[in-house]
Design a binder for this molecule. Structure first.
Ligand code: S3P
Length: 429
């Protein structure tokens, strides 16, 4: 397992672009594969998670040309996918396995999906249960709650589903199955999760209606190939935003970042903590809002975080924890139980690691209380195999009093293979 040692820096300065949005990259392959015509994708994220999605669709007979910068996906139409001759390996990617399980529920062939040691521990009942109600026959370990999952799809009926959790993966899985169902499938969630599927369904010409906290998809409508330009991933930008905020004397411009309202909770939270963050050149690309983000180092203060902002910032909590740990006073995080079922249990993982760096953290069942410190201490911390934990701790290390060794940083390649070179580029020593 690779470890990385990070030394403190003097400041974080310059201009960067972060790689393409992971969620939008997954969806571009999935919808491109079942649309009619050739979908051209610019800015696709070349991370392991997205390659898992790409490989799965290639295994189902989809030709995807990749010249190193642009993808051309030769869509096979709604009913053109072929049965794969082997198990579809989703690696570490929760989005791949949950969304693909929805899509495969609509196919009249047999599929098996699985993933790595971490993915095989993550809850699948949340999609298996509604998809089974639609008529899919899905078997899996522990009564169909854990991968590998075996799926016999086809002949779906539409359902109305009230999701107990706000989750774009659940919503999108059912929406993809809904494309194949007889009638109108609707999904309602407690508060809005990211809406990239809704935006891309609309772009590809699906029959989709939105209502308060929900959507309805009508089955049986063919999709049309599109040109998709993917913005920079706000989840990747978040690490650099926090790095610039907590390192005195910093100023960083992050170009062309997706700032969709359902994803931009991290900006609202960091601004509420006193962060100097400005959105410049706001524009739209392929139906998604985009901006350049200018960040200057700031004296942060602790705040209370709970409610509707939580799903809008769900992937950014590891980075937010680092901001909180260097803020003045106490930050409380609540309503964030979902963090326990991400790539790692991110509540326990961040609490344990921040304590090693000298921070006082109290865990609750659905969040934590973090008391900020003047300066982190050096030490050895552990990513628990979770890319976002590894990157957050790398950011904390920039302002520690000594070197920080991060154990298991290979996982960063799942979402942000160029993270360390970019961090080095903006670090002033
Ligand atoms: C994602 C949705 C989120 C997020 C994940 C990507 C997506 O999961 O944590 O990294 O692309 O739909 P949930 O929807 O389960 O919260």
């Amino acid at each position: 397992m690779k470890s990385t040692i990070i030394q403190p820096v003097v400041a974080v300065k310059g201009e960067i672009s972060v790689p393409g949005d992971k969620s939008i990259s997954h969806r571009s392959i999935m919808l491109g594969a079942i649309a009619n015509g050739i979908t051209v994708v610019h800015g696709f994220l070349r991370g392991e998670d997205n390659f898992s999605t790409m490989n799965a669709f290639r295994a189902m007979g989809v030709t995807i040309d990749d010249d190193g910068s642009t993808l051309q996906i030769h869509g096979r139409g709604l009913h053109g996918l072929q049965e794969a001759s082997d198990v579809l390996d989703c690696g570490n990617s929760g989005t791949t396995i949950r969304l693909i399980t929805g899509l495969l529920s609509g196919q009249s062939f047999f599929s098996v999906v699985t993933g790595d040691q971490y993915l095989r521990k993550r809850p699948m009942k949340r999609v298996v249960e509604p998809l089974t109600r639609m008529g899919a026959r899905i078997m899996g370990r522990k009564g169909g709650t854990l991968a590998p999952l075996a799926i016999n799809g086809g002949n779906l009926n539409a359902i109305g589903y009230d999701s107990p959790v706000s989750s774009a993966q659940i919503k999108s899985s059912i929406m993809l199955a809904g494309l194949y169902a007889d009638g109108e499938t609707s999904v309602r969630e407690p508060s809005p999760s990211r809406d990239h599927s809704e935006r891309m369904f609309h772009l590809f010409g699906a029959s989709l209606k939105r209502f308060n906290n929900g959507i309805t998809v009508r089955g049986g409508y063919e999709l049309t190939a599109q040109e998709v330009i993917i913005p920079g991933d706000i989840s990747s930008a978040a690490f650099f935003m926090v790095a610039a905020l907590i390192t005195p004397g910093s100023e960083l411009l992050i170009r062309s970042v997706g700032v969709n309202q359902t994803r931009s909770g991290v900006i609202d939270i960091l601004k509420a903590m006193g962060g100097d963050i400005r959105l410049l050149e706001e524009r739209e690309l392929s139906g998604e809002p985009v901006a350049d983000i200018l960040v200057r180092s700031s004296r942060l203060k602790g705040i209370a975080i709970s409610g509707d902002v939580v799903p809008r910032a769900i992937d950014e909590f590891p980075a937010i924890c680092v901001a909180a740990a260097s803020a003045e006073g106490v930050t409380t995080i609540r309503d964030a139980r979902e963090l326990r079922v991400k790539e790692a249990d991110r509540i326990t993982a961040m609490a344990t690691n921040l304590r090693i760096l000298g921070v006082t953290v109290t865990e609750t069942e659905d969040g934590m209380d973090i008391t900020g410190v003047e300066r982190f201490s050096g030490g050895t911390v552990d990513s628990h195999g979770d890319h976002r934990i590894a990157m957050s701790l790398s950011v904390a290390a920039l302002v520690a009093s000594g070197a920080v060794t991060i154990y298991d940083t290979n996982c960063i390649a799942t979402s942000f293979p160029t993270f360390f070179p970019l961090l080095e580029k903006v670090s002033q020593n």
